[in-house]
Design a protein around this ligand. Structure first.
Ligand code: C5P
Length: 226
């Protein structure tokens, strides 16, 4: 197994059942360093799901996309930190004070090294033409608030590469040639996304909904070894 490739990969466990998530995660642990728990799985199994993924050796990416008053975000982030997550998402649209409150909460609660990833824009939020400036502004905001990184789409990476390069760039919408695009509006191949400056590739359905997820994960790794 290529550890350098594995280090860059997060699997999005977008299922609503902990048994299914655990089965999938167990079979894919050799291929992905990070397990992303989104709202669907978190709503179903919350802290138990985080613990199960940590037990399997994953770093946990808790994708809750928090957006609320600073006090609430601070407290929620502290609790999530106590569960041992490595990454927590908060909406950059909530502004500096809210992001800062989340960063402080996560830091206070953290039981492992962890950081906030600010969600720049949702693919559903804006027209593509207006996106790049907004992504750039929100990267600055994320940096100023002390976030460890950002979540952004691959097509925005190149234009925003010069902005705060120290921020981790987590990138969803990853597809290999022949994969279904599903509801992703702005996709890139793993090689393209890494070449454009992605640090962590978030891959869901192309692997998790494949007839053979392990074979799909192999294919993903092969594409990055070439
Ligand atoms: O499409 P895929 O299943 O690989 O999605 C992986 C992650 O991408 C999802 O967990 C979600 O957070 C994110 N996503 C997105 N934009 C969409 C659909 C999903 O950023 N339109």
């Amino acid at each position: 197994m290529d550890e350098a490739v594995r280090d860059r990969l997060a699997v999005a466990l977008d299922v609503d059942d902990l048994v299914a998530a655990t089965r999938l995660a167990r079979s894919l642990a050799g291929y992905f360093r990070v397990a992303k728990i989104g709202l669907e799985l978190y709503t179903a199994a919350g802290p138990e799901a985080i613990g199960a993924m940590i037990d399997l050796g994953y770093d946990v990416f808790c994708d809750l996309k928090l957006h609320d008053i600073p006090t609430t975000v601070n407290r929620a982030a502290r609790v999530v930190g106590e569960f041992g997550v490595s990454y927590l998402t908060i909406h950059a649209a909530g502004g500096t004070e809210m992001l800062q409150a989340g960063v402080e909460g996560l830091t206070e609660g953290a039981t492992r090294p962890s950081g906030v990833l600010a969600v720049t824009v949702l693919t559903s939020e804006t027209e593509v033409a207006a996106t790049r400036d907004l992504v750039a502004d929100r990267m600055e905001l994320a940096f100023d608030a002390g976030c460890a990184g950002v979540v952004c789409a691959a097509p925005d990476l190149t234009a925003t590469r010069h902005i705060r390069p120290e921020l981790i760039r987590a990138v969803p919408g990853i597809r290999l040639a022949g994969d279904s695009v599903d509801d992703q509006r702005r996709v890139a191949s793993p090689v393209q996304a890494l070449a454009a400056g992605a640090d962590l590739l978030v891959v869901g359905r192309p692997v998790t909904r494949a007839a053979d997820p392990v074979e799909a994960a192999e294919r993903l790794h092969r594409s990055l070894r070439q």
